[in-house]
Design a protein around this ligand. Structure first.
Ligand code: NAD
Length: 495
Protein backbone atom coordinates (compact mmCIF):
# COMPACT_ATOMS: atom_id res chain seq x y z
CA UNK A 1 0.00 0.00 0.00
CA UNK A 2 1.18 3.51 -0.81
CA UNK A 3 2.99 5.21 2.11
CA UNK A 4 2.89 8.98 2.53
CA UNK A 5 6.05 10.34 4.14
CA UNK A 6 7.39 13.68 5.27
CA UNK A 7 9.16 15.95 2.76
CA UNK A 8 12.48 17.46 3.72
CA UNK A 9 15.44 18.87 1.78
CA UNK A 10 13.76 18.12 -1.54
CA UNK A 11 13.00 14.46 -0.80
CA UNK A 12 10.61 12.20 1.11
CA UNK A 13 11.67 10.57 4.37
CA UNK A 14 10.40 9.39 7.73
CA UNK A 15 11.89 7.93 10.88
CA UNK A 16 8.74 7.12 12.87
CA UNK A 17 7.16 3.72 12.29
CA UNK A 18 3.74 4.90 13.50
CA UNK A 19 1.18 5.28 10.77
CA UNK A 20 -2.49 5.90 10.10
CA UNK A 21 -4.78 4.70 7.28
CA UNK A 22 -5.95 7.19 4.69
CA UNK A 23 -9.36 6.22 3.34
CA UNK A 24 -11.26 6.72 0.11
CA UNK A 25 -14.47 8.28 1.50
CA UNK A 26 -16.46 6.98 -1.47
CA UNK A 27 -15.77 3.34 -0.58
CA UNK A 28 -14.58 3.45 3.03
CA UNK A 29 -11.48 1.47 1.99
CA UNK A 30 -7.93 2.26 3.10
CA UNK A 31 -5.93 3.50 0.10
CA UNK A 32 -2.69 4.62 1.77
CA UNK A 33 -0.84 4.90 5.06
CA UNK A 34 0.48 8.20 6.36
CA UNK A 35 3.39 8.41 8.78
CA UNK A 36 2.64 9.90 12.22
CA UNK A 37 5.91 11.70 12.82
CA UNK A 38 7.88 11.56 16.04
CA UNK A 39 10.19 14.01 17.80
CA UNK A 40 13.13 12.66 15.72
CA UNK A 41 11.34 13.47 12.45
CA UNK A 42 10.48 16.92 13.79
CA UNK A 43 14.02 17.73 14.83
CA UNK A 44 15.47 16.72 11.46
CA UNK A 45 12.91 18.88 9.67
CA UNK A 46 13.40 21.86 11.96
CA UNK A 47 17.17 21.67 11.50
CA UNK A 48 16.75 21.72 7.71
CA UNK A 49 14.27 24.61 7.87
CA UNK A 50 16.56 26.69 10.09
CA UNK A 51 19.64 26.22 7.92
CA UNK A 52 17.87 26.86 4.64
CA UNK A 53 16.14 30.00 5.96
CA UNK A 54 19.43 31.78 6.62
CA UNK A 55 20.49 31.42 2.99
CA UNK A 56 17.00 31.98 1.57
CA UNK A 57 16.63 35.30 3.40
CA UNK A 58 19.75 36.51 1.54
CA UNK A 59 18.18 35.96 -1.91
CA UNK A 60 16.71 39.04 -3.51
CA UNK A 61 12.93 39.42 -3.59
CA UNK A 62 13.22 39.49 -7.39
CA UNK A 63 14.88 36.06 -7.42
CA UNK A 64 12.19 34.73 -5.07
CA UNK A 65 9.54 36.14 -7.36
CA UNK A 66 11.05 34.34 -10.38
CA UNK A 67 10.98 30.99 -8.56
CA UNK A 68 7.35 31.63 -7.57
CA UNK A 69 6.60 32.43 -11.17
CA UNK A 70 8.11 29.06 -12.27
CA UNK A 71 6.01 27.41 -9.56
CA UNK A 72 2.85 29.05 -10.91
CA UNK A 73 3.58 27.62 -14.37
CA UNK A 74 4.19 24.14 -12.94
CA UNK A 75 0.95 24.17 -10.93
CA UNK A 76 -0.97 25.21 -14.05
CA UNK A 77 0.70 22.39 -16.00
CA UNK A 78 -0.11 19.81 -13.32
CA UNK A 79 -3.50 21.10 -12.20
CA UNK A 80 -5.45 18.03 -13.36
CA UNK A 81 -3.15 15.70 -11.44
CA UNK A 82 -3.37 17.89 -8.31
CA UNK A 83 -7.18 17.97 -8.53
CA UNK A 84 -7.30 14.18 -8.79
CA UNK A 85 -5.08 13.78 -5.73
CA UNK A 86 -7.46 16.08 -3.80
CA UNK A 87 -10.61 14.29 -4.99
CA UNK A 88 -9.27 10.78 -4.32
CA UNK A 89 -8.62 11.41 -0.61
CA UNK A 90 -11.22 14.12 0.10
CA UNK A 91 -14.07 12.84 -2.07
CA UNK A 92 -15.13 16.20 -3.58
CA UNK A 93 -15.94 16.45 -7.28
CA UNK A 94 -13.10 17.07 -9.73
CA UNK A 95 -14.57 20.46 -10.68
CA UNK A 96 -14.59 21.51 -7.01
CA UNK A 97 -11.06 20.23 -6.49
CA UNK A 98 -9.75 22.02 -9.58
CA UNK A 99 -11.50 25.23 -8.53
CA UNK A 100 -9.81 25.06 -5.13
CA UNK A 101 -6.34 24.53 -6.63
CA UNK A 102 -7.01 27.56 -8.87
CA UNK A 103 -7.81 29.68 -5.80
CA UNK A 104 -4.53 28.58 -4.25
CA UNK A 105 -2.70 29.34 -7.48
CA UNK A 106 -3.99 32.91 -7.26
CA UNK A 107 -2.11 33.33 -3.98
CA UNK A 108 1.09 32.19 -5.74
CA UNK A 109 0.37 34.82 -8.43
CA UNK A 110 -0.09 37.45 -5.72
CA UNK A 111 3.16 36.42 -4.02
CA UNK A 112 5.03 36.87 -7.34
CA UNK A 113 4.63 40.62 -6.69
CA UNK A 114 6.89 40.40 -3.62
CA UNK A 115 9.48 42.98 -4.80
CA UNK A 116 6.67 45.53 -4.79
CA UNK A 117 4.79 44.15 -1.77
CA UNK A 118 7.83 44.33 0.53
CA UNK A 119 8.65 47.94 -0.32
CA UNK A 120 9.03 50.07 2.79
CA UNK A 121 8.41 53.77 3.43
CA UNK A 122 10.90 56.63 3.52
CA UNK A 123 10.73 60.14 5.00
CA UNK A 124 13.51 62.60 4.38
CA UNK A 125 14.37 65.29 6.95
CA UNK A 126 12.20 64.10 9.83
CA UNK A 127 14.59 66.33 11.83
CA UNK A 128 17.47 68.49 10.63
CA UNK A 129 19.60 66.16 8.48
CA UNK A 130 17.75 63.14 9.86
CA UNK A 131 15.98 60.55 7.64
CA UNK A 132 13.60 57.84 8.72
CA UNK A 133 12.50 54.69 6.89
CA UNK A 134 10.82 51.39 7.46
CA UNK A 135 11.61 47.96 6.08
CA UNK A 136 10.03 44.55 6.48
CA UNK A 137 12.25 41.59 7.39
CA UNK A 138 11.55 37.83 7.52
CA UNK A 139 10.47 36.14 10.77
CA UNK A 140 12.56 32.96 10.39
CA UNK A 141 10.93 29.51 10.41
CA UNK A 142 7.14 29.67 10.03
CA UNK A 143 4.70 26.78 10.44
CA UNK A 144 1.21 26.07 9.08
CA UNK A 145 -1.33 23.54 10.37
CA UNK A 146 -4.19 22.88 7.97
CA UNK A 147 -7.61 21.15 7.81
CA UNK A 148 -8.87 18.29 5.64
CA UNK A 149 -11.42 20.22 3.63
CA UNK A 150 -9.01 22.12 1.31
CA UNK A 151 -5.77 20.11 1.17
CA UNK A 152 -4.28 22.31 -1.57
CA UNK A 153 -5.91 25.73 -1.22
CA UNK A 154 -5.62 26.34 2.52
CA UNK A 155 -1.86 25.51 2.69
CA UNK A 156 -1.47 27.78 -0.35
CA UNK A 157 -3.07 30.65 1.59
CA UNK A 158 0.06 30.46 3.74
CA UNK A 159 3.36 29.14 2.41
CA UNK A 160 3.72 31.06 -0.91
CA UNK A 161 3.52 34.38 0.95
CA UNK A 162 5.64 33.27 3.88
CA UNK A 163 8.37 31.98 1.55
CA UNK A 164 8.15 35.09 -0.65
CA UNK A 165 8.86 37.16 2.48
CA UNK A 166 12.15 35.27 3.03
CA UNK A 167 11.02 32.70 5.60
CA UNK A 168 11.24 28.93 5.47
CA UNK A 169 7.98 27.09 6.02
CA UNK A 170 6.98 23.80 7.68
CA UNK A 171 3.54 22.54 6.66
CA UNK A 172 1.60 20.09 8.86
CA UNK A 173 -1.30 19.03 6.63
CA UNK A 174 -4.40 17.13 7.74
CA UNK A 175 -3.70 13.44 8.32
CA UNK A 176 -7.00 12.65 6.52
CA UNK A 177 -5.85 13.71 3.03
CA UNK A 178 -2.08 14.27 3.19
CA UNK A 179 -0.87 13.31 -0.35
CA UNK A 180 -1.44 16.68 -2.01
CA UNK A 181 1.04 18.43 0.31
CA UNK A 182 3.86 16.21 -1.00
CA UNK A 183 3.08 16.87 -4.67
CA UNK A 184 2.88 20.62 -3.99
CA UNK A 185 6.30 20.47 -2.31
CA UNK A 186 7.85 18.44 -5.15
CA UNK A 187 6.64 20.97 -7.71
CA UNK A 188 8.14 23.83 -5.69
CA UNK A 189 11.52 22.04 -5.67
CA UNK A 190 11.18 21.53 -9.44
CA UNK A 191 10.51 25.27 -9.78
CA UNK A 192 13.94 26.01 -8.28
CA UNK A 193 13.17 26.52 -4.59
CA UNK A 194 16.30 25.61 -2.58
CA UNK A 195 16.04 22.44 -0.50
CA UNK A 196 14.64 22.88 3.00
CA UNK A 197 12.80 26.17 2.40
CA UNK A 198 9.49 24.28 2.15
CA UNK A 199 9.28 21.12 4.26
CA UNK A 200 6.24 18.99 5.11
CA UNK A 201 5.74 17.08 8.36
CA UNK A 202 2.94 14.52 8.59
CA UNK A 203 1.25 13.71 11.87
CA UNK A 204 -1.38 14.54 14.44
CA UNK A 205 -1.62 16.42 17.76
CA UNK A 206 1.78 15.12 18.91
CA UNK A 207 3.54 16.94 16.05
CA UNK A 208 1.35 20.03 16.46
CA UNK A 209 2.44 20.29 20.10
CA UNK A 210 6.11 19.96 19.10
CA UNK A 211 5.60 22.88 16.70
CA UNK A 212 3.77 25.03 19.25
CA UNK A 213 6.29 24.51 22.02
CA UNK A 214 9.48 24.98 20.01
CA UNK A 215 11.08 28.40 20.49
CA UNK A 216 12.88 28.23 17.11
CA UNK A 217 9.57 28.44 15.24
CA UNK A 218 8.56 32.08 14.93
CA UNK A 219 4.97 31.91 13.78
CA UNK A 220 2.02 29.56 13.49
CA UNK A 221 -0.78 29.82 10.98
CA UNK A 222 -3.73 27.54 11.68
CA UNK A 223 -7.00 26.78 9.90
CA UNK A 224 -9.44 24.24 11.37
CA UNK A 225 -12.20 23.84 13.94
CA UNK A 226 -12.80 26.47 16.64
CA UNK A 227 -11.82 24.44 19.74
CA UNK A 228 -8.47 23.55 18.15
CA UNK A 229 -8.00 27.12 16.83
CA UNK A 230 -8.42 28.44 20.36
CA UNK A 231 -5.92 25.92 21.71
CA UNK A 232 -3.39 26.83 18.99
CA UNK A 233 -3.84 30.53 19.70
CA UNK A 234 -3.37 30.16 23.45
CA UNK A 235 -0.39 27.79 23.22
CA UNK A 236 1.35 29.85 20.53
CA UNK A 237 0.96 33.01 22.61
CA UNK A 238 2.29 31.17 25.68
CA UNK A 239 5.43 30.21 23.77
CA UNK A 240 5.90 33.73 22.37
CA UNK A 241 4.90 33.11 18.76
CA UNK A 242 3.09 35.24 16.24
CA UNK A 243 -0.22 33.43 15.56
CA UNK A 244 -3.24 33.52 13.29
CA UNK A 245 -5.82 30.78 13.96
CA UNK A 246 -8.90 30.55 11.75
CA UNK A 247 -11.81 28.52 13.15
CA UNK A 248 -15.28 27.24 12.32
CA UNK A 249 -18.32 28.94 10.83
CA UNK A 250 -22.09 29.14 10.57
CA UNK A 251 -22.69 31.34 7.56
CA UNK A 252 -26.09 33.00 7.11
CA UNK A 253 -27.58 33.97 3.75
CA UNK A 254 -30.31 36.60 4.20
CA UNK A 255 -33.02 36.65 1.53
CA UNK A 256 -35.03 39.87 1.48
CA UNK A 257 -38.58 39.94 0.04
CA UNK A 258 -37.33 42.04 -2.92
CA UNK A 259 -34.54 39.56 -3.79
CA UNK A 260 -34.27 37.77 -7.10
CA UNK A 261 -35.50 34.50 -5.59
CA UNK A 262 -34.18 32.20 -8.32
CA UNK A 263 -30.68 33.64 -7.91
CA UNK A 264 -30.91 33.25 -4.15
CA UNK A 265 -32.03 29.62 -4.52
CA UNK A 266 -29.11 28.94 -6.91
CA UNK A 267 -26.82 30.47 -4.28
CA UNK A 268 -28.20 28.28 -1.48
CA UNK A 269 -27.89 25.11 -3.59
CA UNK A 270 -24.28 25.83 -4.66
CA UNK A 271 -23.01 27.19 -1.36
CA UNK A 272 -25.07 24.90 0.90
CA UNK A 273 -24.47 21.56 -0.75
CA UNK A 274 -21.30 22.07 -2.82
CA UNK A 275 -18.39 19.99 -1.47
CA UNK A 276 -21.04 18.23 0.71
CA UNK A 277 -21.19 21.38 2.87
CA UNK A 278 -17.60 20.85 4.01
CA UNK A 279 -16.49 24.41 3.29
CA UNK A 280 -15.81 27.07 5.87
CA UNK A 281 -17.73 29.44 3.60
CA UNK A 282 -20.66 27.04 3.09
CA UNK A 283 -24.10 28.55 3.63
CA UNK A 284 -25.69 26.59 6.46
CA UNK A 285 -28.47 29.03 7.43
CA UNK A 286 -30.91 30.67 5.02
CA UNK A 287 -32.81 33.54 6.67
CA UNK A 288 -36.14 34.07 4.88
CA UNK A 289 -37.34 37.62 5.56
CA UNK A 290 -41.03 38.60 5.49
CA UNK A 291 -43.39 36.26 3.69
CA UNK A 292 -41.06 34.64 1.14
CA UNK A 293 -40.35 31.58 3.35
CA UNK A 294 -42.84 29.11 1.82
CA UNK A 295 -41.83 29.82 -1.77
CA UNK A 296 -38.12 29.72 -0.88
CA UNK A 297 -38.38 26.36 0.90
CA UNK A 298 -40.37 24.83 -1.94
CA UNK A 299 -37.84 26.03 -4.57
CA UNK A 300 -34.77 24.93 -2.57
CA UNK A 301 -36.35 21.50 -2.00
CA UNK A 302 -37.11 21.06 -5.68
CA UNK A 303 -33.52 22.01 -6.71
CA UNK A 304 -31.93 19.92 -3.93
CA UNK A 305 -33.78 16.85 -5.21
CA UNK A 306 -32.11 17.31 -8.62
CA UNK A 307 -28.56 17.13 -7.18
CA UNK A 308 -26.60 14.04 -8.14
CA UNK A 309 -24.79 12.53 -5.18
CA UNK A 310 -22.01 10.27 -6.47
CA UNK A 311 -18.29 9.54 -6.19
CA UNK A 312 -15.85 11.98 -7.81
CA UNK A 313 -15.09 9.45 -10.55
CA UNK A 314 -18.63 10.00 -11.89
CA UNK A 315 -18.34 13.17 -13.97
CA UNK A 316 -22.03 13.95 -13.40
CA UNK A 317 -21.60 14.13 -9.63
CA UNK A 318 -22.67 17.40 -7.94
CA UNK A 319 -21.75 16.27 -4.46
CA UNK A 320 -19.47 13.56 -3.07
CA UNK A 321 -19.27 11.87 0.34
CA UNK A 322 -18.21 13.45 3.63
CA UNK A 323 -14.73 12.77 4.92
CA UNK A 324 -15.02 9.90 7.46
CA UNK A 325 -17.47 7.46 9.02
CA UNK A 326 -17.22 9.42 12.33
CA UNK A 327 -18.09 12.66 10.57
CA UNK A 328 -21.02 11.02 8.74
CA UNK A 329 -22.37 9.71 12.07
CA UNK A 330 -21.93 13.15 13.66
CA UNK A 331 -23.89 14.88 10.86
CA UNK A 332 -26.66 12.26 10.95
CA UNK A 333 -26.92 12.70 14.71
CA UNK A 334 -27.34 16.45 14.20
CA UNK A 335 -30.20 15.73 11.76
CA UNK A 336 -31.89 13.49 14.35
CA UNK A 337 -31.37 16.20 16.99
CA UNK A 338 -33.00 18.77 14.70
CA UNK A 339 -36.08 16.56 14.37
CA UNK A 340 -36.24 16.10 18.16
CA UNK A 341 -35.88 19.86 18.68
CA UNK A 342 -38.97 20.45 16.54
CA UNK A 343 -37.48 21.72 13.28
CA UNK A 344 -39.41 20.62 10.18
CA UNK A 345 -37.34 18.13 8.14
CA UNK A 346 -38.14 18.85 4.49
CA UNK A 347 -35.38 16.72 2.87
CA UNK A 348 -33.70 13.93 4.82
CA UNK A 349 -30.22 12.88 3.65
CA UNK A 350 -29.70 10.15 6.28
CA UNK A 351 -29.11 6.53 5.26
CA UNK A 352 -28.20 7.53 1.73
CA UNK A 353 -27.07 4.52 -0.28
CA UNK A 354 -25.43 4.40 -3.69
CA UNK A 355 -25.25 1.08 -5.50
CA UNK A 356 -21.69 -0.23 -5.54
CA UNK A 357 -20.64 2.29 -2.87
CA UNK A 358 -22.66 1.03 0.09
CA UNK A 359 -19.74 1.59 2.49
CA UNK A 360 -19.07 5.13 1.30
CA UNK A 361 -19.75 8.12 3.58
CA UNK A 362 -22.57 9.65 1.55
CA UNK A 363 -25.29 11.91 2.95
CA UNK A 364 -28.01 13.37 0.74
CA UNK A 365 -28.85 17.08 0.65
CA UNK A 366 -30.79 17.84 3.83
CA UNK A 367 -33.17 20.75 4.37
CA UNK A 368 -34.80 21.96 7.59
CA UNK A 369 -37.51 24.61 7.86
CA UNK A 370 -38.70 26.53 10.94
CA UNK A 371 -35.34 26.33 12.66
CA UNK A 372 -35.11 28.67 15.65
CA UNK A 373 -32.12 30.29 17.33
CA UNK A 374 -32.36 28.23 20.52
CA UNK A 375 -31.86 24.93 18.64
CA UNK A 376 -28.55 23.06 18.75
CA UNK A 377 -28.65 22.59 14.95
CA UNK A 378 -28.68 26.40 14.66
CA UNK A 379 -26.07 27.20 17.28
CA UNK A 380 -23.39 24.69 16.28
CA UNK A 381 -21.36 24.09 13.14
CA UNK A 382 -22.53 20.86 11.44
CA UNK A 383 -20.06 20.94 8.50
CA UNK A 384 -22.16 18.78 6.20
CA UNK A 385 -24.87 19.08 3.49
CA UNK A 386 -27.52 20.46 5.87
CA UNK A 387 -29.28 23.79 5.27
CA UNK A 388 -31.52 25.30 7.96
CA UNK A 389 -34.18 27.83 7.00
CA UNK A 390 -34.93 30.37 9.73
CA UNK A 391 -37.89 32.74 9.32
CA UNK A 392 -37.42 36.41 10.27
CA UNK A 393 -40.24 38.95 10.28
CA UNK A 394 -38.08 41.82 9.02
CA UNK A 395 -34.55 42.96 8.15
CA UNK A 396 -33.69 44.00 11.72
CA UNK A 397 -34.49 40.54 13.04
CA UNK A 398 -32.39 38.97 10.27
CA UNK A 399 -29.41 41.24 11.02
CA UNK A 400 -29.67 40.44 14.74
CA UNK A 401 -29.53 36.72 13.96
CA UNK A 402 -26.33 37.25 11.96
CA UNK A 403 -24.76 39.44 14.64
CA UNK A 404 -25.77 37.42 17.70
CA UNK A 405 -24.29 34.17 16.39
CA UNK A 406 -21.04 32.98 17.97
CA UNK A 407 -19.38 32.58 14.55
CA UNK A 408 -18.48 35.46 12.24
CA UNK A 409 -16.83 34.00 9.15
CA UNK A 410 -19.06 34.92 6.19
CA UNK A 411 -22.56 36.16 5.39
CA UNK A 412 -24.46 37.36 2.37
CA UNK A 413 -27.64 39.24 1.55
CA UNK A 414 -29.85 38.95 -1.53
CA UNK A 415 -31.76 42.16 -2.15
CA UNK A 416 -32.43 44.76 -4.84
CA UNK A 417 -32.40 47.59 -2.30
CA UNK A 418 -29.14 49.57 -2.27
CA UNK A 419 -29.85 51.16 1.11
CA UNK A 420 -30.44 47.80 2.82
CA UNK A 421 -27.35 46.38 1.17
CA UNK A 422 -25.22 49.31 2.37
CA UNK A 423 -26.62 49.03 5.88
CA UNK A 424 -25.90 45.29 5.92
CA UNK A 425 -22.30 45.54 4.68
CA UNK A 426 -21.64 48.26 7.26
CA UNK A 427 -23.35 46.70 10.26
CA UNK A 428 -22.83 42.94 9.93
CA UNK A 429 -20.37 41.77 12.61
CA UNK A 430 -18.78 39.34 10.19
CA UNK A 431 -15.37 39.15 8.47
CA UNK A 432 -16.51 38.55 4.89
CA UNK A 433 -19.79 39.99 3.61
CA UNK A 434 -21.47 39.46 0.23
CA UNK A 435 -24.27 41.18 -1.66
CA UNK A 436 -26.14 39.04 -4.18
CA UNK A 437 -23.29 36.50 -4.16
CA UNK A 438 -23.57 33.19 -2.33
CA UNK A 439 -20.01 32.85 -1.01
CA UNK A 440 -18.18 36.13 -0.33
CA UNK A 441 -14.69 34.67 -0.68
CA UNK A 442 -12.18 37.47 -1.23
CA UNK A 443 -9.57 37.24 -3.98
CA UNK A 444 -5.92 36.47 -3.17
CA UNK A 445 -4.94 40.18 -3.21
CA UNK A 446 -7.53 40.92 -0.48
CA UNK A 447 -7.44 39.14 2.87
CA UNK A 448 -9.52 36.23 4.18
CA UNK A 449 -10.66 35.83 7.76
CA UNK A 450 -13.64 35.93 10.10
CA UNK A 451 -14.61 37.66 13.32
CA UNK A 452 -15.73 36.37 16.73
CA UNK A 453 -15.17 32.58 17.18
CA UNK A 454 -14.03 32.24 13.56
CA UNK A 455 -10.60 33.84 13.98
CA UNK A 456 -8.16 34.15 16.86
CA UNK A 457 -5.26 36.53 16.30
CA UNK A 458 -4.79 39.90 14.68
CA UNK A 459 -4.20 38.99 11.05
CA UNK A 460 -6.33 37.37 8.37
CA UNK A 461 -4.62 35.30 5.67
CA UNK A 462 -3.23 36.32 2.26
CA UNK A 463 -3.39 39.79 0.68
CA UNK A 464 -1.52 42.53 2.56
CA UNK A 465 -2.48 40.97 5.92
CA UNK A 466 -0.44 37.94 4.84
CA UNK A 467 2.58 40.08 3.96
CA UNK A 468 2.37 41.83 7.32
CA UNK A 469 1.91 38.58 9.24
CA UNK A 470 4.97 36.95 7.66
CA UNK A 471 7.32 39.94 8.02
CA UNK A 472 8.60 42.07 10.89
CA UNK A 473 8.52 45.82 10.63
CA UNK A 474 11.70 47.71 11.38
CA UNK A 475 11.94 51.50 11.43
CA UNK A 476 15.33 53.17 11.06
CA UNK A 477 16.20 56.76 12.01
CA UNK A 478 19.54 57.95 10.64
CA UNK A 479 21.77 61.06 10.78
CA UNK A 480 25.19 61.30 9.22
CA UNK A 481 27.52 63.93 10.69
CA UNK A 482 29.41 66.03 8.17
CA UNK A 483 32.65 64.30 7.26
CA UNK A 484 34.30 67.41 5.76
CA UNK A 485 34.24 70.57 7.84
CA UNK A 486 33.63 72.73 4.79
CA UNK A 487 31.28 70.26 3.03
CA UNK A 488 28.25 71.41 1.03
CA UNK A 489 25.07 72.49 2.81
CA UNK A 490 22.02 70.18 2.50
CA UNK A 491 19.83 71.95 -0.07
CA UNK A 492 16.88 70.43 -1.91
CA UNK A 493 17.27 70.96 -5.69
CA UNK A 494 14.70 73.13 -7.53
CA UNK A 495 14.02 73.58 -11.26
P1 NAD B 1 -9.52 20.12 12.88
O1 NAD B 1 -9.52 21.26 13.80
O2 NAD B 1 -10.00 18.80 13.39
O3 NAD B 1 -8.03 19.85 12.32
C1 NAD B 1 -7.25 20.87 11.75
C2 NAD B 1 -5.77 20.56 11.97
O4 NAD B 1 -5.49 20.52 13.37
C3 NAD B 1 -5.33 19.20 11.41
O5 NAD B 1 -4.07 19.35 10.80
C4 NAD B 1 -5.27 18.30 12.64
O6 NAD B 1 -4.29 17.30 12.52
C5 NAD B 1 -4.93 19.26 13.75
N1 NAD B 1 -5.56 18.89 15.03
C6 NAD B 1 -6.74 18.25 15.22
N2 NAD B 1 -7.01 18.12 16.53
C7 NAD B 1 -5.97 18.68 17.21
C8 NAD B 1 -5.68 18.86 18.59
N3 NAD B 1 -6.50 18.43 19.54
N4 NAD B 1 -4.53 19.50 18.90
C9 NAD B 1 -3.70 19.95 17.96
N5 NAD B 1 -3.92 19.80 16.62
C10 NAD B 1 -5.06 19.18 16.25
O7 NAD B 1 -10.35 20.57 11.58
P2 NAD B 1 -10.79 19.69 10.33
O8 NAD B 1 -11.87 18.75 10.74
O9 NAD B 1 -9.61 19.14 9.64
O10 NAD B 1 -11.40 20.83 9.37
C11 NAD B 1 -12.73 21.28 9.47
C12 NAD B 1 -12.84 22.54 10.28
O11 NAD B 1 -12.01 23.55 9.72
C13 NAD B 1 -14.24 23.14 10.27
O12 NAD B 1 -14.55 23.58 11.56
C14 NAD B 1 -14.14 24.31 9.32
O13 NAD B 1 -15.07 25.36 9.53
C15 NAD B 1 -12.74 24.76 9.58
N6 NAD B 1 -12.21 25.56 8.48
C16 NAD B 1 -12.15 26.91 8.66
C17 NAD B 1 -11.68 27.71 7.65
C18 NAD B 1 -11.61 29.21 7.82
O14 NAD B 1 -11.11 29.87 6.94
N7 NAD B 1 -12.07 29.77 8.92
C19 NAD B 1 -11.26 27.15 6.43
C20 NAD B 1 -11.33 25.77 6.28
C21 NAD B 1 -11.82 24.97 7.33
Amino acid sequence: MKKIHNYVDGDTFSISKNELSVEDPSTGEAIAKVVLSSKDDFEKILDSSRKSQIEWAKTTPLKRSRILSNYKTLIEKNIDELAEIVSREHGKTLADAKGSVTRGLEVVEFACGIPHLLKGEFSQNVGTNIDSWSIRQPLGVCAGITPFNFPAMVPMWMYPISIACGNSFILKPSEKDPSCSIRLAELFTEAGLPNGVFNVIQGDKEVVDLILENEKISSVSFVGSTPVAKYIYEQSAKFGKRVQALGGAKNHLVIMPDANLDQAVDGIIGAGYGSAGERCMAISVAVAVGDIGDELVQKVQSEAQKLKVAPWTNMESDMGPVITKEHKDKIENYISTGVKEGAKLIEDGRNYKIQGYENGYFIGPTLFDNVTKDMQIYKEEIFGPVVSVVRAKDYDEALNLVNDHQYGNGTSIYTSDGEISRHFTTNAKIGMVGVNVPIPVPMAFHSFGGWKQSLFGDHSVHGMEGIHFYSKLKTVTSRWPKSIQSGPEFVLPTN
